[in-house]
Design a protein around this ligand. Structure first.
Ligand SMILES: [Zn+2]
Length: 411
């Protein structure tokens, strides 16, 4: 059995270290303070008995648990990120432990009257009777993804202390800067040298994900012509009117607020403009690669169409692909998803396989040659003051890691 108190203590020792990342920084890690937890983790991995513990110049941590079987077994990996979101403060996190949650409102902060309520967050109800860890309402919690880090460390410690559980070689990797989209950027897949891996970075218990969006970012610059309005007839070109035409020519219902499941979208994220120049920023998202390409084409055709009505180009559209659906890379090795699913079922966890409406580090890693589905870490309401994690889900995630290791050696 995994010790609940021990796990809670470990989790709290992580979330009380501020590791917020910063998208404006160009260094890796993006913030100096991420080193505080990185160094602590590297030391801890050594203390629990992991081998080949390394921490590189960019704060990427790797370690090995050697195989304890004679036969050839695939090397598998488990990966988490230790930074927290720039969206909300991660400084002075004061975790609160609520034992035997009764299913009602939880008062997070009396002074500011901040309440975590199942009337608003209905997922809470499924954790009645469990131990919840919440914030004090003034910061995020950082279960995203320190729950994942905690589960991996605890699972490795458990396997070290229980040599009767047979497993192959296991690699663990902890990364900085996932929340600013760079967690995989400097991940040395060659050095990691695993046949496949799992990110422990999903949300509620049972989640198992191997599909995500294909993603592109679009920057559109519309050049107008400014002339004194009193003498503008036939001369002025108002870039803002062209921008509205561009916006209105795209399907209004294919936006984040009108789509779900496998439906893709165009999402206008910013407008900045005056008569002379307007800039639009979009993101394009679609699970289906063909539809994704078609969406990009729609934007290019629209650009051409508008330009054809002027004697010179007025709309300049630049599209950059950001990441792709990992499904393409996972399908040829579906057994890695099957093992995770089997592990959950053997632990009486109902697998909840769904397509992510976003990206993960795993999708980038999959395209870098390390197939990498995503597994639940247990937390809810990421990136804000209402973030919480049921301890029982963290224990289950820890057990899933051990079980995957065991099943892989049995194959
Ligand atoms: Zn995360």
């Amino acid at each position: 059995m995994i010790s609940k108190d021990h796990l809670i203590k470990r989790f709290i020792s992580y979330v009380t270290v501020d590791t917020q990342s910063d998208p404006k920084s160009e260094t890796t890690p993006s913030t100096e303070k991420q080193w505080d937890l990185a160094r602590k983790l590297a030391k801890e991995l050594e203390t629990i008995g992991m081998e080949d513990v390394s921490i590189d110049d960019n704060a990427y941590i790797m370690a090995t648990l050697p195989s304890n079987v004679d036969k050839e077994v695939p090397t598998i990996g488990f990966i988490s990120h230790f930074d927290t979101s720039p969206d909300f403060s991660g400084k002075d996190v004061k975790p609160q432990i609520h034992e035997n949650y009764l299913g009602g409102d939880l008062l997070l902060n009396k002074k500011e009257n901040i309440v975590l309520s199942p009337d608003y967050f209905e997922d809470l109800r499924q954790y009645t009777g469990q131990t919840l860890i919440t914030t004090d309402g003034t910061t995020l919690l950082g279960a995203d993804d320190k729950a994942g880090v905690c589960e991996i460390v605890t699972a490795m410690e458990y396997l070290i202390q229980h040599p009767e559980i047979k497993h192959g070689k296991i690699r663990v990797g902890f990364t900085p800067d996932e929340e600013i989209g760079r967690g995989a950027h400097k991940f040395d897949v060659k050095k990691f040298a695993a046949d496949w891996a799992y990110t422990m970075d999903g949300s509620q218990i049972g989640e198992l994900e191997y599909e995500n969006f294909n993603a592109a970012g679009v920057e559109i610059t519309i050049k107008g012509k400014i002339v004194h309005p009193g003498y503008a007839k036939g001369k002025m070109i108002n870039s803002m009117y062209i921008a509205t035409e561009f916006i209105n020519s795209l399907p209004r219902m294919e936006t984040p607020e009108h789509t779900e499941g496998y439906q893709g979208f165009f999402h206008l994220t910013q407008i900045k403009g005056d008569v002379d120049e307007t800039k639009l920023e979009y993101i394009i998202r679609d699970h289906d690669r063909k539809h994704f390409e078609a969406r990009k084409e729609v934007m290019m055709n629209l650009t051409e169409d508008i330009n054809s009505r002027y004697d010179h180009d007025v709309v300049f559209t630049e599209i950059k692909d950001q990441y792709y659906n990992m499904r393409e890379k996972i399908e040829p090795v579906m057994h890695i998803v099957d093992i995770a699913e089997k592990a959950m079922k053997e632990l009486h966890i109902k697998p909840h396989i769904k397509a992510i409406r976003g990206g993960t580090d795993g999708s980038q890693l999959s395209y870098m040659g390390l197939p990498c589905p995503n597994i639940f870490a247990g937390g809810h309401n990421f990136h804000g003051r209402y973030e919480y994690v049921p301890v029982e889900s963290m224990i289950k995630a820890t057990e899933v890691i051990c079980k995957i290791a065991e099943l892989t050696a049995k194959q």
